[in-house]
Design a protein around this ligand. Sequence first.
Ligand SMILES: Cc1cc2nc3c(=O)[nH]c(=O)nc-3n(C[C@H](O)[C@H](O)[C@H](O)COP(=O)(O)OP(=O)(O)OC[C@H]3O[C@@H](n4cnc5c(N)ncnc54)[C@H](O)[C@@H]3O)c2cc1C
Length: 408
Amino acid sequence: MPAKPAYVIVGASLAGAKAAEALRDEGFDGAVVLIGAEDELPYERPPLSKGYLLGKDARDSFIVHDEGWYAEHDVDLRRATIVTSIDRAGHRVELDDGEPVPYEKLLISTGASPRRLGIPGGDLDGVHYLRTVGDSERLSAALRGGGQVVVAGGGWIGLETAAAAREYGCEVTILEPESGVLQRALGPEVGEVFADLHRSHGVTLRFGESLSSVTGSGGSVTGAISSSGAELPARTVIIAVGIAPNAGLAAAAGLEVGNGIVADKALRTSDPDIFAAGDVANAFNTLLGRRIRVEHWGNALASGPIAARSMMGKDAVYDWVPYFFSDQYDLGMEVAGLPEAGTYDDVVYRGDKDSLEFIAFWLAGRVVVAGMNVNIWDVNDDIQSLIRRGSEVDVARLTNPDVPLTNL
Ligand SMILES: Cc1cc2nc3c(=O)[nH]c(=O)nc-3n(C[C@H](O)[C@H](O)[C@H](O)COP(=O)(O)OP(=O)(O)OC[C@H]3O[C@@H](n4cnc5c(N)ncnc54)[C@H](O)[C@@H]3O)c2cc1C
C-alpha cells in the first residue's frame, strides 16, 4: 500500500496551526507535520502588546490549541525546529536538526520579523523589539521598572506599547518620521484621532523625526538621539519600525517572491505543490482585485484554512475582507477594508468623533471601501457586508446613527 501523503507546514504560529486544524476538519487523513522555530505551542501575538504586556493575560490564554490537541488530531508538531531549505525537486524540507521531511504538499507560513535598525547603540541593553512571547516578557519587565521610554515608530506596535508604557507610569516619547501616526494604515484624517488619544494620555509625539542612535553607559541605554539632534533621556527604547516577511526560504528555493511570497487567489505559489498563508504571503485577493500582503491576525486566521483547502484540491478562494483590531488605553476599535492612500477620496463619520464613539467610513465616490468602528461593537460584520457589496450608498443615511447599517 502506498504511504499516505504528507502535508508539511513550515511556521507554527496562527496561520500554520489554523491550517493544520482545517486539514483535519476537512477530512484530510494523511500525515500533517507542523514545524516551528519557536520552542512554544503555536500562539496568537496580539496580547503581546496588550494584556500580556500589561501582566493581565495568562500565558496559556492565547495559545491556538492546547498541547493535547496536536496528539488527538495526529498533527506532528515539531517545536524549536528550523527549516533550513526546501528541496523542490526532491519534495522534502531540510531541517537544522534531524532528518529531512518529505512532503507531497507544502505550506509556508513563516510570518514576518521586525525590521532592525543598524544604528549606533542599537544593541544596548534596554533596546527592545517586539514579536515573540519572550520579547513581550522582557519588555514588560523593563516597563514595570518605570522611567523614560522612547518609542521609534508611530504604527500599531509603537502606539500599543506606548499605551502600555503609560499604564506602567513611564514617561513616553514617540518618534515618527511622517507628519502623523498610522499614516500608512489609516491615512492622515483618522490617524489624528490616535495622535490626540496619546497626547491626552501624556505621550509626547515628535513628528518628522526618526531614531538616529541610542546612547548608553555600562552596556545599558541612557538615552536616544533623534534625527533632529534632540537628546532624549531614556531607560528603555522600543524600536517598532515595521516588519519584513520571512520569505528567504522561499526565495532560496526559487519561488516567486516580491514583498513576501507571491501567491494566486488559491494561495498557491509559483510551485503548484507549495502554498503560502499569513503575514508572509503576498496573495491575490479577489474582493479587492489585487495582491495584498497583510500583517493582521484576522488574515492568518482566514488564510491558513483557505490554503489548507487548496492543498487538498478543494475550491478555495482568498476573498477575505481585511480586518484588524487594536486596543489602546480604553479605546477599542476594529477596521474592515484597507484604507490605503489612493484607494479613497473622502472620509465620513457616523457618531461623535470627539467622544471616541464613532464609525469612520472611507469612500471612493459613494462606495464604502473601508470602515472603522471605535468603541462601538457588533457592527463590523455589517461594515464588511457594505465593503463586499461594493455599490453606492446614500452618504446622508450612512452617517446617520439612526439608520441601521443593514438598511442602506
Ligand atoms: C506584538 C504584536 C501585536 C499584534 N497585535 C495585533 C492586533 O492587535 N491585531 C491584529 O490584527 N494583528 C496583530 N498582530 C499581527 C498578528 O499577530 C500577525 O498578523 C500574525 O501573528 C501572523 O501570523 P503568521 O502565522 O502568519 O506568522 P507569525 O505569527 O509571524 O509566525 C510565523 C512563525 O514561523 C516561524 N518560522 C519562521 N521561519 C521559520 C523556519 N525557517 N522554520 C521554522 N519556523 C519558522 C516563526 O518563528 C514564527 O513562529 C500583532 C503582532 C504582534 C507581533
